[in-house]
Structure formats: structure tokens, C-alpha cells
Design a protein around this ligand. Structure first.
Ligand code: ATP
Ligand code: MG
Length: 435
């Protein structure tokens, strides 16, 4: 007899029928005559099983087993009113009697045992939502005729500045873990047109924050002949389309995680666009302070936006908001200067509402080789390792641009999670390389 997934059999049409399930002991309550076992299957499906206590005497939490029995409906049964009255039980592995994950555990312990924490319903629901987010984002690109590419993660040159680079020994040379695939995507637009990729990016973030990982999943897109306005529209459509499809498809999982999905239906395009100057005015009138070396002072024109700033700018919104036109100095060497506004970059960051803040950064790229070289020099970067990138400006350079979006930042907002470590299966931070 074939075994079934629990989600398939919790239906009235199977009442009174014999069924077989496989899974793990999620909860266990032994009474004198009969025992109640909550079984979790390999898709996180949950059902209560009742068996004579004599047949489950040694049973422990997380033991793997198969149960054959008859499906009944019982309003008292936990997890949806269905229950299997067991006829036969086969134990695959009797788990050690000290499964470390229970109902109340410190965040640290849950992270230490992440390989086991992934079996909790919270994590299972997160993982399913995350998978659907990836699926919907990919679908959007496929449906809109963007070509998927991949880029190396072992690289010779920095993209986002030296302070967050991870060096690695690469045979006899020094290499780095990639901070972004952007430069490679830029090389591909000449032969493939609009391209996109999803892969890990690495940032040696030295500060511990609730929205920085040392390794995160980075979705990046790049296209030739594009404008700032196109970049706004693409990100609006990509985000709205994916988020609304995810919330439709994963409504049960989101409900389990107490996420109210109504707010997502109110999101509409176009998103508001704040200039950097407007943003600074708002922040100054809110008396936002920043850390400047040893000193704390009021934010002023020329500063990058920190977490507090992004909170103030997004707190009372239901829609995401773009902040565009940052000063050139706070942005990397490749960003294009606004020809109509000296010292201003043609870039925009997309901030998620309710304090979640930056989810993507994008803009136009500098096409002119002389300007690029000056910028590389000014930032103290090694010109030689960018020679291939400079070639792209020698042979048929075109106006182009793109953006990069952090998947865990998006997951964090969609599920409304506090810490970004919750949005990835095996988080990597300054304090954590294991499991
Ligand atoms: P932030 O200012 O929030 O530190 P950033 O401006 O350094 O981010 P970008 O270089 O613009 O980041 O990277 C593109 C996107 O990648 C960001 O908008 C964000 O969504 C995501 N991202 C960047 N750094 C991290 C990180 N350490 N952990 C998780 N996601 C990140
Ligand atoms: Mg950014």
C-alpha cells in the first residue's frame, strides 16, 4: 500500500478509509491505554494519530515512522479535526530521547541547532514562503523575456567597496568572494540583452544588525538602452506581481506566521519617489542622528541613509518608496552622474514600508571610459583588475542600468520577521559559520 502526504488525506472523502503515512513524531502524549501522537510528514503536514499505548512505549520525539490506520473525524483532534486511529506502526529510527528543540528556546540555541530547528513549523512555513517568492520572481523574469545567467562567486575585483570584501586564497593569488554579479551582468547585456541572475553575494559586514547577513541571496538584473524611469517601472511590476502571487499561494503559511496579508493588496504602482534632498529634509526635521566616527551628529546632506533614516521614511506607508538621486560620493564607482545635476548619481534605492527599509539598489551605469577610470582611481581601486570591465566601454558602450535586490530582505518584509537570520535556512553572520 502506497503512503500518502498528510495534506492529501485530511479530507472527508477519506473518512473510514485505510491510509498510510510516513513522518516524524512531532508531539507525543502517552496515557494509560492510548497515546496521542502528532505526526509531521516531509512537507510539514500535521495530523493526530491515536494508538494503543502498548505499541508506542519507547517512542520518542522525532522518531521516524510509518503508521497505517483508519481516518476519523473528531472535533477534539488537534490540527484540523481529523485523526488516524492506528492499526500498525513501523519505526524506522527511534530518536535519542533528548531532541534539543522544544517549545520555548533561546534564539541562540535555535541557531546553534539550526539543522534541527528547520523541522519546526515556523521554519517549515518560512521555507515554503521563501521558495514561492523565488519561484514568482523567476516567473516574472521568464514571462517578460529576460534571460537568466550565472556569474562567478570567486572574483578578482570589488564591486561595492573594500570594507566588506572576504579574501580567499586562490592558488597563488588572492581572490574575493563576490559582493555582486553586476559587473558580469554588464558584460552580458551586449550579447543577451536584458539579463538577470540569482546567486549568493558575500559581505563581510562587521556590524551586527537585524538586516545584514554575511552571505545573502542576491537577485540582480541589468539591461541595455534602459532609463531611470524604466528601472522604476520594472521594479514596481516585479515586486507587486511576485508579492501578490506569493500572498495568494501561501496564505495558509502566512496566516500560521501571523502575517496579515490584507496590506499587500493595497500596494499599487507607481510607488512614491522621494529625492535624496527631500529625504534629508524629512530626516532633519525628525532630528535623525548619525554616527560620524566617534561623534554623533544630526544627519546632513551628503550622508548615507542609515537604518533609523529608512525607518522614518517608511514608517507610515503601506507602499514601498524609492529614494533617488544620492550624492555621487556615497555610491560605488560605476554609478552614472546625472548629466543635469552635478554631483548627483542616477541611482535609486527601493525602501519597503513600515520600517523595513532598503530592499534594492539600482541605477544607470557610467558608460564613459575616461570618467570610469577617474572614479576607479579616486576610490583607490586596482585598475588592472578592472581592465576587462573597462573593455566593455571600449567596444560599443551603450546606456544601460540595472538593480540588485536582497532576497532575505524581501522575505523579512513579506513574513514580517524581526531578524533577517530567520529568513534564510542556514544563516551566515559575523558570529555564525556553523551549522
Ligand atoms: P545596506 O545599505 O542596507 O547595507 P547596501 O546598499 O550596502 O545595503 P547594495 O550593495 O545596494 O547594499 O546591495 C543590493 C541589495 O542587496 C540591498 O538593497 C539589500 O537588499 C541587499 N543586501 C546588501 N547587503 C546585504 C546584507 N549584508 N545582507 C542581506 N542583504 C543585503
Ligand atoms: Mg544599496
Amino acid at each position: 500500500m502506497k503512503y500518502s502526504r498528510i495534506s492529501e488525506i485530511k479530507k472527508d472523502e477519506f473518512l473510514g478509509k485505510e491510509i498510510k503515512i510516513r513522518g516524524w513524531v512531532h508531539r507525543l502524549r502517552k496515557q494509560k491505554d492510548k497515546s496521542f501522537i502528532i505526526i509531521r510528514d516531509d512537507r510539514g503536514g500535521i495530523i493526530q494519530c491515536v494508538l494503543p499505548s502498548t505499541s508506542v512505549q519507547d517512542l520518542t520525539i522525532e522518531s521516524s515512522l510509518e503508521i497505517r490506520g483508519i481516518l476519523f473525524k473528531d472535533d477534539r483532534a488537534k490540527e484540523g479535526g481529523y485523526e488516524i486511529r492506528g492499526v500498525e506502526i513501523i519505526i524506522y529510527n527511534l530518536a535519542n530521547n533528548d531532541f534539543p528543540i522544544g517549545e520555548y528556546q533561546s534564539t541562540e540555541l535555535l541557531l546553534d541547532y539550526r539543522h534541527l530547528t528547520l523541522r519546526t513549523r515556523r521554519m517549515i512555513n518560512m521555507a515554503k514562503i521563501r521558495a514561492t517568492i523565488l519561484e514568482k520572481l523567476r516567473n516574472w523574469f521568464v514571462e517578460n523575456d529576460w534571460i537568466e545567467v550565472t556569474a562567478p562567486t570567486l572574483v578578482k575585483s570589488a564591486v561595492e567597496g573594500g570594507s566588506t570584501l572576504f579574501p580567499v586564497k586562490y592558488f597563488k593569488e588572492e581572490a574575493f568572494l563576490s559582493q555582486s554579479a553586476q559587473l558580469y551582468l554588464e558584460a552580458l547585456i551586449f550579447s543577451l540583452g536584458p539579463v538577470w541572475t540569482i546567486g549568493p553575494s558575500f559581505r563581510a559586514e562587521k556590524s551586527r544588525t537585524i538586516r545584514h547577513l554575511a552571505e545573502y541571496l542576491h537577485l540582480e538584473a541589468e539591461a541595455p538602452w534602459i532609463t531611470m524611469n524604466d528601472l522604476f517601472t520594472i521594479q514596481e511590476k516585479l515586486l507587486i506581481n511576485s508579492v501578490q502571487n506569493v500572498t495568494k499561494e501561501r496564505i495558509e503559511e502566512l496566516k500560521f506566521l501571523n502575517r496579515d496579508v490584507l496590506a499587500f493588496n493595497q500596494i499599487e504602482e507607481p510607488f512614491d519617489k522621494l529625492s535624496y534632498g527631500q529625504a534629508i529634509d524629512i530626516l532633519r526635521s525628525n532630528d535623525i542622528k548619525i554616527q560620524d566616527g566617534e561623534m554623533t551628529r544630526k544627519i546632513e546632506w551628503g550622508d548615507d541613509l542609515n537604518l533609523d533614516s529608512e525607518k522614518v521614511l517608511t514608517n507610515d506607508r503601506s507602499n514601498p518608496v524609492f529614494v533617488y538621486g544620492y550624492p555621487l560620493e556615497v555610491k560605488p564607482f560605476y554609478v552614472k552622474e546625472d548629466p543635469e545635476s552635478q554631483g548627483i548619481a542616477l541611482t535609486a534605492d527601493l525602501l519597503l514600508p513600515n520600517g523595513f527599509g532598503e530592499v534594492s539598489s539600482g541605477g544607470m551605469r557610467e558608460e564613459n571610459i575616461t570618467v570610469l577610470k577617474t572614479r576607479i582611481k579616486k576610490e583607490g581601486l586596482d585598475m588592472n583588475s578592472y581592465s576587462w570591465y573597462l573593455d566593455l566601454r571600449k567596444y560599443g558602450s551603450v546606456p544601460h542600468g540595472g538593480f540588485g535586490l536582497g532576497i532575505e530582505r524581501l522575505v523579512r518584509w513579506i513574513i514580517n520577521l524581526e531578524d533577517i537570520k530567520e529568513c534564510v535556512l542556514f544563516p551566515r553572520t559575523m558570529a555564525r559559520l556553523n551549522p
